[in-house]
Design a protein around this ligand. Structure first.
Ligand code: ZN
Length: 256
């Protein structure tokens, strides 16, 4: 059996003390790969360090998160381009109009620049996209030149209508532990609707622990609960969901 966590922030301070144990627990539940995702230069560098410590299970993605882009310099861009060849993806990048920690205009400028860099180095893209229903129309319009490019919509929680529009892209969606939350019926409806071939799984740890760990620090091992919920929604076995979503991730990130 294979099992892949496509989005983990093991590079965040929350894992400083017990990274080794966290990686061991991940292996013990059957995780075969964990994509550690950067949000800026510092966390990207830490992701690369972690890959050196656990090369058998860790892969990295580097990029500039929409929350961080207001602080990103030209030097950071030089670093990004120099390190991208050792990353399996460019990310996470995108737009966050909910928190809007960086001004919208600045987010847009960086997103467009980063998408061009992804193309230049032929790297798939991990997207962080957050906003209301109107936002999605706007965002997909911006992304439309990348309709046939490998895009992964990370931490996808939107409804079936948005999923439908996204499926017209050559993209995949990544389902977080939120799918196990009692009130997430909309997201469960989305999961029932989207073909399993277009779905991958993620923890987004240390955030968004699935039930029964909601509120506690999340870690890759907890992805099991997300996979079990997806299995239930799809009427598939747990093993089958693990294998198919991992195959999707392997194809997307060009693993093995
Ligand atoms: Zn993230």
């Amino acid at each position: 059996m294979r099992l892949i966590d496509t989005h983990a922030h093991l590079n965040f301070p929350e894992f400083k003390k017990d990274l080794k144990e966290v990686v061991e627990r991940a292996k013990s539940v059957g995780l075969t790969k964990i994509i550690v995702v950067g949000i800026d230069r510092k966390t990207g560098e830490r992701a690369i360090e972690i890959k050196k410590l656990y090369p058998e299970i860790i892969e990295v993605a580097i990029g500039f998160h929409p929350h961080e882009v207001k602080k990103i310099s030209e030097e950071d861009y030089l670093w990004l381009e120099s390190q991208l060849p050792q990353a399996v993806a460019l990310g996470e990048i995108g737009l966050d109009f909910v928190k809007e920690y960086s001004p919208k205009e600045v987010q847009l400028q960086h997103l467009e620049r980063l998408l061009e860099i992804a193309k230049k180095y032929n790297r798939p893209v991990i997207l962080h996209m957050r906003g209301d229903q109107n936002f999605w129309k706007f965002a997909l319009d911006i992304l439309s030149p990348f309709k046939y490019y490998p895009l992964l919509f990370h931490c996808f929680t939107a409804d079936k209508e948005v999923a439908k529009a996204i499926l017209e892209f050559h993209s995949i969606i990544s389902i977080p532990g939120i799918v196990t939350f009692e009130k997430a019926e909309n997201l469960r409806e989305t999961v029932r609707y989207v073909p399993i071939e277009r779905i991958v799984l993620e923890t987004d740890c240390p955030f968004l622990s699935p039930n029964p760990f909601r509120g506690k620090r999340n870690e890759p091992a907890f992805i099991e609960y997300t996979a079990k919920m997806v299995a239930k929604l799809k009427g598939m076995s747990y093993e089958e969901v693990c294998n198919v979503t991992s195959e999707n991730a392997e194809r997307f990130f060009n693993l093995v």
